[in-house]
Design a binder for this molecule. Sequence first.
Ligand code: TXA
Ligand code: MG
Length: 325
Amino acid sequence: MIAPASPENIARAAKLLRKGKLVAFPTETVYGLGADATNDQAVREIFKVKGRPASDPLIVHLSSIENFEKLADTTLARTKLDKLARFWPGPLSVVLPKKDLVPESVTAGLGTVALRIPSHPVALELLRVSQIPIAAPSANPFCYVSPTEAKHVDDQLGKQIELILDGGPCQVGIESTVLSLVGSQPKILRPGLIHRELIEEALGECVSDGSKVTDAVAALPAPGMFEKHYSPKTRLRFSDEINPSELHGAIGLIKFREDFRELPYDFDAINTLSSDENPKEIAANLYKAIREQDLLGLDLILVDRCEEKGIGIALMDRLRRATSR
Ligand code: TXA
Ligand code: MG
């Protein structure tokens, strides 16, 4: 059931979480499907509801940096964490050595755990009221596009979730950056809004990018980063790779800027994500547009490319995966 994120409903959600139940809630990136991160049974339920393989670890959400050390060994990363503090609350997840309190179901048996402090006020309030760390993947069936509105969660998982807190559309629109702080050099495992240059500037050192995928081969940089992640059911391709007039059938177009270019085809659906190719605006609107067109029974969806700079790197990462099916 979708419920507005009122103080009463947040209190109800907190109670459900404490009882080992699942609750969907908004974060600034995408909606999460949350469970008490210290409750093995509850965490296993997340995997069941999403149809997610147990080998794909979850991100744990906390309300403050002080709480990091309850779940992770922060000794070696302490100075780095202090330098990264400017990004929290916000869309940056860090991977650290885990402590025993975190069940192996959360980390897919790894010795490390991913932690982040979300900046969405509803997520923060839920963490504060429940007083528990919340393990939450994106609230979508495994490999599908992440939800950026409560309705997206309800459409696909509504029957299996008792409560979906509605906090409006997500502002960032793509998943958090995942940064590993284990090993000699910090490494980006999944690019996001907090991009490499920002992290390097904060840390004052080089950060390696383990998330790079090319058009030819989509690598597996982080456990659970699957090639065909983030895919709609309808075939999705880059608009500069296909000449639609050589095809027949119903084709949709997702444009990144408002322009008056002569369209090469009488498209059956067109979504324009930004007036001037603003990457943040594109990110905020991308998943919703893909979902909308995926419901239209089209034969093909074409999507623009963006410049691979800043958050554009994350956008192209998601789109390469989404177009690889
Ligand atoms: O923005 C987000 O991060 C959203 C919201 C809900 O917070 N969550 C999210 O979770 O995108 P999910 O489960 O869809 O993606 C989590 C990814 C895993 O697939 C994996 O790539 C990485 O985070 N991850 C988690 N734990 C890890 C670990 N211990 N080591 C390496 N990568 C890890
Ligand atoms: Mg996901």
